[in-house]
Design a binder for this molecule. Structure first.
Ligand code: ADP
Length: 426
């Protein structure tokens, strides 16, 4: 700036000198100013031409304040270009890594239209770059289950569906919202896992089914033999009684496994309909009293009369019965058990409360796993299969409900089934 002030001063001095020599100081000053302004206008013109031109054009040579301006703009441009280059590099690397993924990655805009996808999406979902860009995703994946999932959200759980182009292929859809209601959809091919899982389910179902006939024959003969107990030697009688008890246990196990298989495979005959839960619970209470006859426990029932639940009656009976039977099994003689059935604005509840042995907190998260028992000896002694709570969990899942477990060792437990209020009928 100092340099520029000096330049202006020299212009003015020269004009003053010229004015003094020619005797026209006014004109000489005006001429001097004009020349100074023209000089700046010329530099401005060069700057404009350079800015308009290509980024690689040579930097115009200049001195003084204009030289500094040209240098600063040049430095800014160079930094910007470097930043842009490195950003493009990052974008390119991200794009290449997403393109290399086996999972389909699909970007969907806030209107639900397809914006971008990787090559795996073309193979798994049949998307085609040219024709499908900008199309609603629900035009390309037309399964009503997908449409409902996509439109309703909230995408907390993934969705399993066959591929729209290869029905034998099983896909897992995961959606996440980002930005202004844009959505990122990741689709994984889980055919292998799905087939293995199906094989496991089929295997358990087949084995349980095949075990039924030999078991029926065995228990039939045992019954006949035990019917002639008087004719039996005492040691044979004891052996046969033990065989009978174990056969009964095995029968329970097979029945529970078959029930679990049916629940897992959605192979149920019954359609959901309003179930008279109060009547069902009255029955379960009588059964509990009969089952724990020698324990002299009190079993109370608090019911909201007339409160019915839309569901599968047989499955609900199995689930509730397992909870009630557990309370009887794991509560000491003369203990008390309380069954409750009620609703509030959001949920419908069935709870079984006992003042029995209780459960240590570390076991609670795993109780609904198959064959998980806190005390194997006690469970076997009470005729447990270790499958009861797994059945409860599956039945509740099927009714969009959850199981809440509160327990303290030595104090007792409360198992609560929490159903959505939408299933209540009054
Ligand atoms: P089981 O056939 O062994 O009873 P469940 O799946 O019904 O199998 O229960 C799993 C385990 O949870 C039981 O072995 C027991 O340890 C524990 N349990 C279930 N209900 C109760 C209860 N009311 N009080 C204490 N422990 C319980």
């Amino acid at each position: 700036m100092k340099q520029e002030a000096l330049r202006l001063l020299s212009f003015l001095t020269a004009s003053a000198l010229l004015g003094w020599l020619t005797g026209h100081p006014g004109w000489a000053f005006a001429g001097g100013f004009l020349a100074y302004i023209v000089l700046h206008l010329r530099q401005l013109e060069r700057l404009q031409a350079w800015l308009k031109g290509s980024h690689d054009a040579d930097l115009p040579e200049s001195t003084g304040v204009w030289g500094e301006i040209f240098d600063s703009i040049h430095a800014l441009r160079r930094d910007e270009q470097r930043a842009k280059g490195s950003l493009l590099g990052i974008i390119e690397r991200a794009r290449a890594s997403v393109a290399a993924l086996k999972e389909a990655v699909v970007l969907i805009d806030d209107h639900g239209n397809l914006e971008w996808w990787n090559p795996a999406a073309e193979q798994l979902l049949g998307l085609q770059t040219v024709t499908d860009t900008g199309q609603p995703v629900t035009n390309l994946i037309r399964d009503p289950v997908f449409i409902r999932y996509f439109e309703q959200g909230p995408y907390e759980e993934s969705l399993l569906l066959p591929s729209p182009i290869h029905p034998a292929q099983q896909l897992q859809f995961n959606l996440t919202r980002f930005g202004r209601n844009d959505r990122l959809m990741i689709v994984t091919d889980i055919t292998r896992l799905h087939n293995l899982e199906q094989m496991r389910k089929d295997f358990v179902a087949n084995v349980s089914h095949e075990l039924r006939t030999p078991l029926t024959v065995l228990t039939g003969y045992l019954e006949t033999l035990l019917g002639q107990a008087d004719a039996l030697e005492p040691r044979w009688l004891r052996a046969l009684q033990q065989m009978d008890a174990q056969a009964a246990r095995m029968n329970n196990l097979v029945n529970d496994l078959l029930l679990l298989s049916r629940l897992e495979n959605d192979a149920r005959e019954q359609e959901p309909r309003p179930v008279n839960v109060p009547a069902l619970l009255a029955q379960l209470r009588s059964e509990a009293l009969a089952f724990g006859l020698e324990k002299w426990q009190t079993v109370t029932l608090d019911c909201e009369e007339g409160l019915r639940l839309v569901g599968r009656e047989d499955d609900l009976r199995s689930a509730f019965s397992n909870l009630v039977t557990n309370a009887v099994k794991y509560t000491q003689p003369t203990g008390s058990i309380r069954l409750r059935w009620w609703a509030d604005a959001e949920h419908v509840y069935f709870s079984v409360q006992d003042n029995g042995i209780g459960i240590d907190a570390q076991h609670i998260p795993r109780l609904t796993e198959r064959f998980y028992r806190t005390d194997v000896a006690r469970s076997s002694a009470t005729g447990g299969t270790g499958l009861g709570l797994a059945i409860v969990k599956h039945v509740l899942l099927d009714h969009r409900a959850r199981l809440d477990i509160q327990s303290a060792p030595g104090k007792g437990s409360t198992f609560t089934c929490v159903f959505p209020a939408a299933l209540a009928v009054r």
